[in-house]
Design a protein around this ligand. Structure first.
Ligand SMILES: [Zn+2]
Length: 456
């Protein structure tokens, strides 16, 4: 059934307007955004007084199972590598049903935060002893089922993970990640076929990193992704040690290698891209690739600060990801992109009015349309023909009350939290109402059982 959503304020082209309504089609697309729209005969009308309606947020980089390690690597003496050992310990213990239930927990939290699509960078493929499942996509399909169960859309970025690193022996902690290159492509073919014409779940391809995939296989996978018109995501230039390892193997840095080999284009998303030179900023801009920043994870792991101002000046597209699930709040990632620069440079408003775009408009667009472009989600702007993925914020929320229409988007970007999110629609179907999801209690109960099992 088509629906007319009538909020007090609607975000259109980066600005809030009053009196506008969003009309959806029977199959869940945006039909129109109009002032003083009247309901069609038989159309359902949702009066959203006291609420602002915005395009759904898109989380372009998630490892859902890492929701399990939250709070477990925050003691003195930790570094990136000890964090990885906690992550390996969680990965080692999950049954397929557990993978499903942990993913549901992560996706529930995303939905409650206004996230309507997730890019799940999935690298759990094998059984705990390292042998293959009879169905090579067993765990990928569990994650897809989890997204369907919560009601958010998913780009399943099936990850290739072939080795611990250049010249390194296999790491027992990674035994569930490894596949052989032929096996990876075979499983990806099968999953592509299974998800054909599916608008709620679709395939993307994710060579994990230059560390985990040798160059010949990386080229082969990129060719296959291009031939099938799939998005290609990979981690790159997250930590300085990764640059040293890449120089040792290839004689150059990760982004330079990818650019020189013709492996990046507008269907590519580089996750992190923290440690990049001026030349690499230029190369990325010319390629049309997206940078997916994960500022919450990057500050948690001590990775460094994304060169967002130079990148934005050069015209590089951005998206955001919750990555390690330390915190699931894309608006927090949006504000951190600017805040980290302020702390680093002891200045304010580093991302404001670049190319004439106001700061809050820019980073909110990264969190919605930018993520949608990185995943091929056809959403993020509430334009006719896009999927009707959207959410409301309570204008009487304690953090937002009394803000003028003109300053509301800035207040949302720099202040709003999950408790202000009231309703969420995905493809025109409501999945969160009055701040709650219908499956919430059951999903949390089951997740707590898995967490207890894994950690005792
Ligand atoms: Zn990641």
């Amino acid at each position: 059934m088509s629906t007319l959503l009538k909020p007090e304020l609607l975000l259109v082209d980066g600005k809030f307007v009053s009196g506008a309504a969003l009309q959806t089609t029977d199959d869940g697309k945006v039909e129109s955004v109009e002032r003083d729209a009247d309901a069609l005969p038989g159309e359902r009308v949702e009066n959203l007084r006291g609420k602002a309606l915005l395009p759904g947020l898109v989380n372009a980089h998630s490892h859902s199972f890492q929701r399990l390690i939250r709070g477990r690597s925050e003691t003195r003496g930790d570094n990136f590598w000890s964090w990885r050992n906690v992550m390996y310990a969680a990965a080692a213990k999950l049954s397929p049903e557990d993978v499903h239930d942990v993913a549901r927990m992560a996706f529930l939290e995303m939905a409650l935060n206004g996230i309507t699509t997730v890019g799940e960078f999935h690298y759990l493929h094998r059984q705990p002893d390292g042998s293959a499942y009879a169905n090579g996509n067993e765990l990928a399909e569990q994650v897809v089922a989890a997204a369907r169960s919560v009601g958010i859309r998913i780009c399943l970025l099936r990850s290739a993970y072939f080795r611990a690193g250049f010249g390194m022996p296999p790491d027992p902690g990674q035994r569930r990640f490894y596949e052989l290159p032929d096996e990876f492509l075979r499983n990806a073919e099968v999953l592509l076929d299974r998800l054909q014409d599916d608008v709620t779940a679709w395939l993307g391809i994710a060579p994990h990193s230059i560390r985990a995939v040798p160059l010949p296989e990386l080229k082969q996978i990129a060719d296959w992704a291009r031939a099938n018109k799939l998005k290609l995501h990979l981690h790159a230039a997250e930590q300085r040690v990764e640059l040293e390892q890449c120089i040792a193997e290839h004689g150059t840095t990760p982004v330079r290698l990818l650019a020189d080999q013709g492996l990046i284009d507008r269907d590519t998303t580089l996750i992190h891209a923290v440690h990049i030179s001026d030349d690499e900023v230029r190369d990325l801009a010319q390629s049309g690739a997206t940078v997916c920043a994960c500022p919450t994870t990057e500050r948690n792991l001590g990775d460094g600060i994304v060169r967002a101002a130079e990148a934005a000046e050069a015209g590089i597209a951005f998206a955001f990801g919750t990555d390690s699930q330390t915190q699931i709040n894309l608006l927090e990632d949006a504000r951190e992109l600017e805040y980290h620069l302020r702390l680093q440079q002891e200045k304010r408003l580093l991302l404001d009015h670049i190319g004439g775009v106001q700061l809050a408009q820019r980073v909110f667009a990264y969190a919605s349309a930018g993520g949608a472009d990185a995943l091929g989600a056809n959403s993020g702007n509430l334009q006719p023909g896009e999927w009707a993925d959207c959410f409301t914020l309570d204008l009487n929320d304690a953090a937002l009350a009394g803000t003028s229409q003109q300053h509301l988007l800035s207040a949302i970007v720099f202040t709003a939290d999950r408790c202000a999110v009231r309703d969420v629609w995905v493809r025109g179907k409501q999945i969160v109402a009055d701040g709650r999801h219908a499956g919430q209690d059951e999903i949390i109960t089951r997740y707590k059982e898995v967490s207890r099992k894994v950690w005792t």
